[in-house]
Ligand binder design. Structure first.
Ligand SMILES: Cc1cc2nc3c(=O)[nH]c(=O)nc-3n(C[C@H](O)[C@H](O)[C@H](O)COP(=O)(O)OP(=O)(O)OC[C@H]3O[C@@H](n4cnc5c(N)ncnc54)[C@H](O)[C@@H]3O)c2cc1C
Length: 334
């Protein structure tokens, strides 16, 4: 069991900044994110897009901002559980909570902060008949640990940045990589597409363009992926793993069932401290709603600061909180 003062659900920019604000008040944080990396929408949807409305940065790319935030919270030594979705929370007699993920990681925490943004990003799945039979038996919807694919036969499907980037990356690790795409051009960055075409010309990957995915087969475990080409010929490609990378759709997910007041897929909070209708549970960033709410990174940062001032009383019930500037006291770590 992991023990912490604040369990933050969602490691997007707002969850990460909450670690900083909590750290200043000597509250420890554990973050959980269903994605295999931190950064929320910024790292997952638009890592290379410049952002112009962060004070102090006339322009910064989304991934650079996340990297800077990680640097900023390093002194506070936060801990992370990545690639797992928070499913359940259970209130204890003393008011604290046990937070549990789909992989049964358990976190005991005094306060829960939901910084879940648009909710869980769920993978878009291809519509083929046998897919569900091989989930966890050769079918993966995201690449959590590339080492898993060492010396294996991999089939990737998709035409966006994820499919291109992982094809490129896994080509060096796997025994064989096949990329299947229904069109003959890619949606992803031209530079990545060019790299993939080059790998195919060099015979380092197998590129099946204008191929439709029709089914997957195996006995207990996946053995091959079936496609048809323009001429309607059926082609079977050997596969230890099939990774369809068709993008992600946001869903509020399990959070919707915890008894929180929800309005149009967002959690209602009061604007005094961003607390929810359940004591010791706060919601900050894109996932909350209140009159005048703006879904901006900047606004989430402000919410994180006020939330921490309020959460302090649950972590240190016997102490009086005195407000201090970082410039006066420096950043004292634990
Ligand atoms: C294309 C685009 C451009 C944008 N440009 C700007 C801009 O220029 N300036 C600006 O201020 N804003 C911009 N935004 C908005 C900005 O990205 C959001 O306001 C910001 O990401 C909100 O941060 P967050 O931390 O609240 O949520 P998110 O970034 O959405 O992160 C939430 C995290 O919570 C995780 N999560 C959710 N539920 C669970 C669960 N049950 N278990 C585990 N993990 C969970 C998710 O996986 C996700 O990683 C843009 C948005 C988009 C889509």
């Amino acid at each position: 069991m992991i023990n912490t003062d604040i369990c933050i659900i969602g490691a997007g920019p707002v969850g990460l900044f909450a670690v900083f604000e909590a750290g200043l008040l000597k509250m420890r944080c554990h973050l959980i994110d269903v994605l295999p990396q931190v950064g929320g929408q910024l790292s997952e949807i638009y890592p290379h897009k410049p952002i112009y409305d962060i004070p102090g940065y006339p322009s910064i790319t989304a991934q650079e901002l996340i990297d800077k935030q990680l640097e900023q919270i390093k002194p506070f030594d936060p801990t992370f559980t990545l690639g797992e979705r928070v499913e359940h929370i259970t209130k204890q007699d003393d008011g604290s909570f046990i937070v549990e993920t789909n992989d049964h990681t358990m976190v005991h925490t005094q306060v829960i902060v939901i910084a879940g943004g648009l909710g869980c990003f769920e993978p878009r799945k291809p519509e083929i008949p046998n897919l569900h039979l091989f989930e966890g038996k050769g079918v993966d919807y995201m690449v959590k640990d590339p080492a898993k694919y060492r010396d294996k036969k991999i089939v990737i499907a998709g035409g966006g940045d994820s499919a291109l980037d992982w094809t490129f990356h896994l080509a060096d690790i796997a025994q064989q990589v096949t990329l299947i795409h229904r069109s003959d051009s890619f949606r992803g960055a031209p530079d990545s597409a060019e790299k993939v075409f080059k790998l195919a010309q060099q015979g380092k990957i197998n590129l099946l363009l204008s191929h439709n995915l029709t089914n997957i087969h195996g006995n207990d475990y996946l053995s091959h992926v079936e496609t048809t080409n323009k001429e309607k010929e059926v082609i079977a490609t050997d596969a230890d793993y099939f990774i369809p990378l068709y993008g992600l759709t946001p869903k509020l997910g399990p959070i919707a069932d915890w008894g929180l007041n929800i309005d149009k897929n967002a959690i209602e909070v009061n604007t005094f401290d961003y607390s929810t209708n359940i004591e010791r549970i706060y919601a900050i960033g894109d996932i909350n709603t209140y009159p005048g709410k703006l879904k901006l990174i900047l606004c989430g940062y402000h919410e994180a600061a006020l939330m921490c001032q309020s959460a302090f009383k649950f972590v240190y019930p016997d102490q009086k909180l005195t407000f201090k500037y970082t410039t006066v006291n420096g950043i004292n770590t634990f």
